[in-house]
Design a binder for this molecule. Sequence first.
Ligand code: GLU
Length: 371
Amino acid sequence: MSNFKWKRAVIKVGSSLVSPTGEGCSAEFLLPLAQFVSAAHKQGKEVIIVSSGSVAAGRRIVPVTHTPSIAEKQAMAAIGQTQMMANWQRFFDRPCAQILLTYADLKNRTRYVNIKRTLAALLKHGAIPIVNENDTVAVNELKVGDNDNLAAYTAIVSGADTLVICSDIDGLFTADPRKDKDASLIPKVTQIDQALFDLAGGAGSKVGTGGMKTKIEAAQKCMGSGIQALIVNGRTSSTFDALRDNECPGTLFVPEASDHSARRLWLTHTLDCQGKVFVDAGAKNALINTGASLLPSGVVGVEGQFEAGDAVNIFYKDDLIAKGLVLLDCQDLERVIGLQSKQMEATLGFSTSIEIVHRDDLVLLPKSDND
Ligand code: GLU
């Protein structure tokens, strides 16, 4: 078994665990998982759950003999979501917090930053965020479509170091273990290529949306962002004993690069910058040499039209030194140029974070990127 360490994990729980029969919610497989989460909390670790199962949970209340229409499925999700949340809450003394997301929310910068801040606040206050796709509003192009990929996005937006995908299969195999008796478990993956996707063909359960393909896609998103991903069998309680001992009983996907450099790639390459923020020498020094966030006191100028959550280029004079997600829109930022953080609220008339660009959302650009 491969060893791994973690501090903040997203645990994805598939429908086949929440609703093993495909109808209603069950505690059967969730108890060992919840005990694992509670034990992790005691060690100061943080957990976000991405839970499927709303459609399956609501199916009993909207019994249809035909293939359900989209509206019927959405009705099942609306009913099942509350039941699924109530089912989760029974396992924990901490409050469970419902977060319903769509792909459209994750693509929108302002919403993205709001999701990030809300998750951080929930974790800070000891709650367990429980994320699902907002099935009642999302159709096709607005949807992530499967909770494996949704869990990967959740890991990225929450700054998690680990994604654990709890499935009803032990991990990734060299062939489909249901058809090939020589199939063996792959304990560690360091690179994802087409051959690996080919291995995934067909292996999946009937209850959830995702098969092994979406799990590998999720692992790929994580690896590219410096996050390790695990596929484990959530149906066997020994899985959680192993995880408690920091051992991966399934397949461990190891990120290509260190957290920082992978995140840097993600921020550097994924986001188009909407504007420019100019900083003074003190702020430049703090960003480059002390790993600080950008505060309003270090800002000397703003250029371009941008919303809170957009990416901006950060300049010292003519030098492009960094890029990051800005927490205020351009008009508000103009108004707080040069202020101390504690003066911002009085000037803006609403409370905001003390940073203009938080360190977690900022990448320094090496000299060569400046030329
Ligand atoms: N969001 C769906 C549900 O809760 C599940 C999607 C999936 O399992 O991938 O029923």
